[in-house]
Design a protein around this ligand. Structure first.
Ligand code: FES
Length: 186
């Protein structure tokens, strides 16, 4: 009788059964088969990790990268008229690899004097919708939930929890520059 029809006696004696022939197989043979099975799995796991880890890093790493603040040009100072508030766009200097057109950022710039400028974030502090400058009312209005800001960016009405964010600005060689930063939302 083979060991496969006699389970009670096969246990504890260092034997198993071959699924093909039903013949007893030794512990050594079982270990050899397990070792070979492991050998066939390990290269696949290594190959998967070799491909998967860099791809995951490419996608995830930029999200956790520390914020980069950089100075970007908004153009010649002479193009800004004292008293005017105008919308400008600039390219995010360190966009996520898949950012596409979302790498284009906006700001409102107001020239308040010969060498004085204020730059406001366009994003509403409530949920980030782009606000509009309404020159005739001297207000920033958010179209999403009716948020309203005074001309200095402070909240006039609606759900925004805080004033519009401001950017640092400077003049370099006749050029207005803005320092990029993350805009807190919500
Ligand atoms: S996003 Fe502007 S009020 Fe809600």
């Amino acid at each position: 009788m083979s060991c496969c029809s006699d389970h009670g006696h096969g246990e504890g004696h260092g034997h198993g059964c071959s699924p093909q022939s039903g013949e007893p197989i030794s512990v050594q043979e079982m270990n050899r088969r397990k070792f070979l099975a492991l050998l066939s799995i390990v290269p696949g796991a290594i190959a998967t990790a070799a491909i998967g880890v860099p791809v995951a890093g490419f996608v995830v790493a930029p999200i956790f990268a520390p914020e980069k603040r950089e100075w970007v040009s908004l153009g010649a100072v002479s193009q800004f008229k004292i008293g005017d508030t105008i919308q400008v766009t600039y390219k995010d200097p360190s966009p996520l690899p898949w950012a596409g057109v979302t790498a284009n950022n906006g700001a409102y710039v107001r020239r308040t004097g010969e060498n004085d400028f204020i730059a406001f974030a366009v994003n509403c502090s409530h949920l980030g919708c782009p606000v509009r400058w309404i020159a005739s009312a001297n207000l920033f209005m958010c179209p999403c939930h009716g948020g309203v800001y005074y001309s200095d960016g402070s909240v006039a009405a609606g759900p925004p929890p805080r004033a519009l964010s401001r950017y640092n600005v400077r003049i370099e060689n006749g050029e207005l520059q803005l320092q990029t930063q993350e805009v807190p939302i919500g």
